[in-house]
Design a protein around this ligand. Structure first.
Ligand code: MBD
Ligand code: FE
Length: 292
């Protein structure tokens, strides 16, 4: 409809909302009670505030159902729908802020996204995650140290897991032409805290736009693109793990990431690399973890 400011005229006000909240029984888990009371309150207030119609509500229900139908081990449309409204970034901020203590200099977090795999292989430092590298890809030697953010000491035996999309904009599990676990690897730091591997310079790419998240973006006159990024999960014993992404400071969409994950501190600059026949670019990236 065109009338975007219809005042609320229904009879079901706060009394009704209280009644629904009070239907939760005494044996419900306390945290769940708190979560659901708040959720019910906000959903009711939201429906009243915008005078949500039956058609609009059913449209949202159908989107959720469609997202569920197209989700599987390789596709998490529900997560993507949350991502395009900034919800995963908000939850990540809440969660990571709870972990970091004042005065520590810790690498910033960023959202996991839908393309992480739980079974990424461990590879040798100095080896590669790029196999059958496409002709338009630039190979990067990525290396650095993992530190403890409070003592500043390097951490041996830390795990640095990386994954990225290929230059065609697809992660390995979206693309039958990439080999299993292409552009993914886990590296264990040596006694001086060093990790190293060859990868490719990431390129901007659109989030999958053939589902409800993509339809929503189109209806909202938004684009599906993300700036070029490499995903990282860094973990070490005695420290809080960090899930993050690093962004090419020289690429499009840094200021309008479709999933709102960019932070200034996560921008990196790829440098020229000399004397290495395997890579024209070099990226040194150090990570600092918070002790538990
Ligand atoms: C991605 O590749 C991604 O990293 C995120 C956060 C969301 C959608 C696609
Ligand atoms: Fe990604």
């Amino acid at each position: 409809g065109t009338d975007v400011k219809t005042p609320y005229t229904g009879l079901l006000g706060q009394d009704f909302t209280e009644m629904v909240k009070k239907s939760i029984g005494p044996k419900a888990n306390p945290r769940l009670r708190r979560v659901m009371e708040s959720f019910i309150q906000h959903m009711h207030d939201f429906a009243r505030e915008i005078s949500l119609t039956n058609d609009e509500w059913m449209m949202a229900v159908n989107m959720i159902n469609e997202g569920g139908r197209m989700s599987d081990a390789k596709r998490n449309e529900g997560q993507l729908m949350c991502d395009v409204i900034g919800l995963e970034s908000l939850v990540d901020d809440i969660t990571s802020r709870a972990a970091a203590k004042a005065g520590e200099s810790i690498t910033s977090s960023a959202i996991l996204g839908p393309f992480w795999r739980h079974d990424t292989p461990i590879r040798e430092n100095g080896s590669t995650i790029t196999f059958d590298t496409p002709a338009d890809a630039q190979v990067v030697y990525m290396h650095g140290k993992v530190f403890c953010g409070s003592t500043g000491k390097p951490l041996a035996n830390a795990s640095v897991e990386a994954w990225q999309a290929s230059t065609n904009g697809l992660y390995e599990q979206q693309d039958p032409r990439q080999r299993e676990h292409n552009l993914r690897g886990k590296f264990i730091t040596d006694s001086e805290g060093n990790y190293s591997f060859y990868c490719i310079r990431p390129t901007p790419y659109p989030v999958p736009d053939d589902g409800p998240a993509g339809k929503l973006l189109a209806m909202l006159d938004r684009h599906p693109w993300r700036p070029a990024h490499i995903h990282l999960i860094v973990q070490a014993e005695g420290c809080s793990p960090i899930t993050t992404q690093i962004f090419d400071s020289d690429c499009k969409y840094l200021d309008n990431d479709s999933v709102f994950a960019v932070k200034d501190s996560l921008r990196v600059v790829f440098q020229p690399r000399k004397g290495d026949p395997k890579a024209k670019l070099d990226l040194e990236y150090n990570v600092s973890l918070a002790p538990e």
